[in-house]
Design a protein around this ligand. Structure first.
Ligand SMILES: [Fe+2]
Ligand SMILES: [Fe+2]
Length: 300
């Protein structure tokens, strides 16, 4: 069976106008988030994102997985800009987007988010996550862990109903013999991020994976490289997180990176980490890893 080439990037945090809202919005979550963002917006550089996008385009992947946080404050203007950027990354049937907490900052953002990113969430018109896409030997199982949260929290939740549908989908796709790649924004492993930022129903999610299985889980949100595993029914399931695709070198988080994931069903998979090289400032290969066979992880 031919190799399937999947590109994974996350957390582009596209630039947004840093204007405060009307007086009535002064205590809103968006405003608090803007104030926090003023302190750390230098952690994201659109020029770096351009370098990463160009490198992915040059790789010519079969599919691109983007695990959330396209925006910062979930405003209409940001969703419109994010959609334009998505269109430049690739057509909706070649790119799958899992929403992040910054894309769901407030409850009223949901309709705007669906309108902007809907075609990138999945095929067909299903109303609920997970959205499943079949591409050759691979099934992309796209979850939504993004929920509005109280100010200064960045936690996620999948919810009972989504986990129930996930269990069924994993069983069905496993029976079809497809290579199941689960996408979500929040880290799947325990303790990867603080409780304030974690998946509230992480234990329940890991129990679904342990019982129903998957071949790979991809996430973002941590803004760090994460190479880990969670338990599956027949052995460990690899879990990979990538740093923000727009992070310059020299911040408190890892510099921008994306993963080329080469899947050979029945043979395993190879991960090629590509990202900003500290010395040259260019995007190059940082390392390649065969999975399974994960150990402690790789340098961030
Ligand atoms: Fe993020
Ligand atoms: Fe996030």
């Amino acid at each position: 069976m031919p190799l399937f080439r999947l590109a994974h990037l996350s957390d582009p945090h596209l630039p947004s106008p840093l204007t405060l809202g009307p007086a009535g919005e002064l205590v809103s979550k968006r405003t608090l988030s803007r104030l926090a963002w003023r302190r750390k917006h230098r952690q994201h550089d659109p020029a770096v994102l351009g370098q990463i996008s160009a490198d992915i385009t040059a790789y010519a992947p079969d599919h691109i997985a983007l695990t959330g946080d396209l925006t910062n404050f979930s405003t209409q203007a940001e969703f419109a800009a994010a959609r334009t950027w998505l269109e430049s990354l690739g057509p909706a049937d070649r790119v799958t987007v899992s929403p992040g907490n910054h894309d769901a900052l407030t409850a009223d953002a949901q309709a705007d988010r669906v309108a902007a990113f809907g075609p990138w969430f999945g095929d067909g018109g299903e109303a609920h996550f997970p959205r499943v896409r079949r591409r050759g030997p691979v099934a992309l199982v796209n979850l939504c862990s993004a929920v509005p949260t109280p100010p200064l929290l960045a936690s996620g939740r999948l919810g009972e109903a989504q986990l129930e549908r996930l269990s069924q989908a994993l069983d069905d796709l496993g029976r079809e013999g497809l290579f199941r790649v689960v996408l979500l924004h929040h880290p799947a492993g325990a303790g990867v991020v603080s409780r304030r930022k974690a998946l509230a129903d992480g234990p329940e999610f890991r129990e679904v994976l342990r019982r129903h299985g998957a071949e790979l889980v991809l996430h973002g949100h941590a803004h760090e490289a994460v190479f880990g595993v969670v338990a599956g029914p027949h052995g460990p399931i690899p879990v990979l997180g990538v740093p923000s695709a727009s992070a310059p070198s020299g911040t408190q988080h890892a510099a921008a990176r994306w993963h080329a994931i080469e899947i050979e069903p029945g043979e395993g998979l190879r991960v090629i980490a590509r990202g900003l090289e500290a010395r040259s400032g260019e995007v190059g290969e940082l390392g390649r890893y065969a999975l399974p066979g994960l150990s402690a992880g790789i340098a961030a």
